[in-house]
Design a protein around this ligand. Structure first.
Ligand SMILES: NC(=O)c1ccc[n+]([C@@H]2O[C@H](COP(=O)([O-])OP(=O)(O)OC[C@H]3O[C@@H](n4cnc5c(N)ncnc54)[C@H](OP(=O)(O)O)[C@@H]3O)[C@@H](O)[C@H]2O)c1
Length: 254
């Protein structure tokens, strides 16, 4: 039986590329995303065409029990989850305090922080009973630094970073490796950044910084790091790591 890698938040950027990378390395991948059924099918088809195996599901992580039910179904019908990628962000663009409604603030926390807590509540006891498991958590600059217009995003991502530390403290000795991966810059991700900026601005950004300029983080290169993290020996685990393009200043320099 193939080891299972489950991705919560599998778009055409980091989530989809990590899924493709793990599938190419012999994992069965389970892709979950909120709404884009064509995008989901296209990722599954790409993986199968390249000789891998995958299932795809629509899952809205903001709905009660959606995460818990899907994890339970995957464990019961597909196999034990060896690697879980929690890839949901909570970026809503820059919004002043006045423009940040209670609802927007709470939704950020629901997706970035509470969703990871819910996933961990179900999967950690299962992984611990098997003595192994990896939880990769994609994060953002806002996990390290608050800023004007980032009230919801920074609070949610900062909380998530400390949740990762707490999970590590409680579960590392039981064989569970939790990694908080800080993505410190813009990713070539059409389903998230592309939608937030709009097609014209995103294409301008790509033309100026993307391609061989390597000024946008390329999700297929990010996926190399994720795969490596999941294979680390437990005598030398990484718990926190950051990635950025060579043209970007690190978060602590600006
Ligand atoms: N993109 C960037 O520039 C950037 C920069 C720094 C950090 N990050 C981090 O990278 C991660 C996202 O990776 P990515 O940007 O490359 O995106 P991606 O993997 O291309 O796509 C993520 C997918 O998450 C899905 N999603 C959104 N809300 C959801 C929900 N409520 N339930 C289930 N799925 C949901 C969306 O699916 P549908 O399309 O089907 O709705 C989206 O396509 C986040 O943790 C973010 O903080 C991204």
């Amino acid at each position: 039986m193939k080891p299972v890698c489950m991705v919560i938040g599998a778009g055409a950027g980091i989530g989809g590329h990590v899924a493709k990378r793990f599938a190419a390395e012999g994992y069965h991948v389970v892709l979950c995303r909120r709404s884009n059924v064509e995008g989901l099918e296209s990722l599954v088809n790409d993986i199968e065409r390249d000789g891998g195996s995958a299932n795809g599901y629509l899952l809205d992580a903001s709905q009660d029990n959606a995460i818990e039910t899907r994890i339970a179904q995957v464990e019961a019908e597909i196999g034990p989850i060896e690697v879980l990628l929690y890839n949901l962000g909570a970026q809503i663009g820059n919004r002043s305090l006045e423009q940040t409604s209670y609802k927007a603030f709470e939704l950020g926390w629901r997706l970035a922080t509470f969703g990871l807590f819910r996933a961990a509540s179900v999967v950690c006891p299962l992984m611990a009973s098997r003595g192994k498991g990896v939880i990769l958590v994609t994060s953002a600059t806002a996990a390290m630094r608050g800023n004007a217009g980032q009230h919801s995003h920074a609070a949610a991502m900062g909380g998530r970073r400390l949740l990762c530390q707490s999970l590590n403290a409680e579960y590392a000795r039981q064989g569970i490796h939790v990694v908080h991966v800080l993505i410190d810059g813009a990713v070539d991700a059409p389903d998230t950044l592309g939608k937030m900026l709009g097609a014209a601005v995103f294409e301008e950004l790509r033309a100026k910084h993307g391609g061989d300029k390597d000024g946008l983080l390329l999700p297929e290169k990010i996926a190399d790091t994720y795969f490596h993290l999941a294979q680390q020996h437990r005598s030398a685990w990484t718990h926190e790591l950051d990635l950025r393009a060579h043209t970007d200043l690190a978060w602590w320099n600006h």
